[in-house]
Design a protein around this ligand. Structure first.
Ligand code: KIV
Ligand code: NA
Length: 263
């Protein structure tokens, strides 16, 4: 199979084909995902929680991200690998560029992700100008958990929803190639997805997004406090490969997420 490219993702959105994404942190799982036809593999800084056992993503460093990205990238023939820029590694555009260089050159990533809206425009523009594809991330921002005071649904008030809609447009204008929407009402995510040309990838953001992402450990039922927006695909899939294939199929045919997974 030929590698998935950034322009192909926009073309998928235009054709109404859903984009399937999962997180991975090592070569073993990444290989199964790649062979199952998962389009995007996100080396998320969620590894701070599911791999390292921390309560937040804040302790994750660029060294950690480069190490796990390299392991994942080695296993991928087709899937496009996205790596998270960790907490406090993109406070300035120059710092973002230095971090992206490591994730791409050492980690083998083909896109980098960062969290935030209007405050990140300069970094997104700078990375884009240097030829680095950027995935933005709005809604629940786990790297802002100290300020937020916990992990909860975002964009609920009209004012917050308006701000998210504006931020999404600003990120697209600045050159972002993808936008993750995390834990926002399904109606708001659908509105943002319709307004943008770039694809949106939802997690806890309802079926109106152009694609979906789940944390690997959650969709395998390993999270003792399973989030509402997740489904245990291992239970029905019967094996790791079966679970991953069932997930990709459910995203593509629109049966996941259902209303019960949405806010
Ligand atoms: O780190 C991660 O796994 C993520 C996804 C939840 C989008 O950022
Ligand atoms: Na992340």
């Amino acid at each position: 199979a030929k590698p998935v490219t950034v322009p192909q993702l926009a073309a998928m959105k235009q054709r109404g084909e859903k984009i399937a994404c999962l997180t991975a942190y090592d070569a073993g799982f990444a290989r199964v995902m790649d062979e199952a036809g998962v389009d995007l593999i996100l080396v998320g800084d969620s590894l701070g929680m599911v791999i390292q056992g921390h309560d937040t993503t804040l302790p994750v460093t660029l060294d950690h991200m480069a190490y796990h990205s390299a392991a994942v990238s080695r296993a991928c023939r087709r899937a496009l690998v996205i790596a998270d820029l960790p907490f406090m590694t993109y406070a300035t555009p120059d710092q973002a560029a230095a971090g992206a260089a490591r994730l791409i050159q050492e980690g083998g990533a083909r896109m980098v992700k960062l969290e935030g809206g209007r405050s990140r425009i300069a970094a997104v523009r700078h990375l884009t100008e240097q030829g680095v594809p950027v995935c933005a991330h709005l809604g629940l921002l786990p790297q802002s958990v100290l300020r937020l005071g916990g992990y909860k649904v975002q964009g609920v008030t009209e004012k917050d929803a308006e701000r998210l809609i504006e931020d999404a447009s600003l990120l697209e204008e600045a050159g972002a190639s993808l936008l993750v929407l995390e834990c926002i009402p399904a109606t708001l995510a659908a509105e943002i997805s319709a307004q943008l040309t770039i694809p949106t990838i939802g997690i806890g953001a309802g079926p109106g997004c152009d694609g979906q992402v789940l944390v690997l450990h959650d969709m395998l039922g390993l999270n003792p406090r399973m989030p509402r927006f997740c489904r245990d695909f291992l239970r029905d899939g019967g094996s790791i490969a079966g679970a991953i294939t069932a997930y990709a199929t459910a995203v593509r045919d629109g049966s996941f997420p259902a209303a019960e997974h949405s806010y």
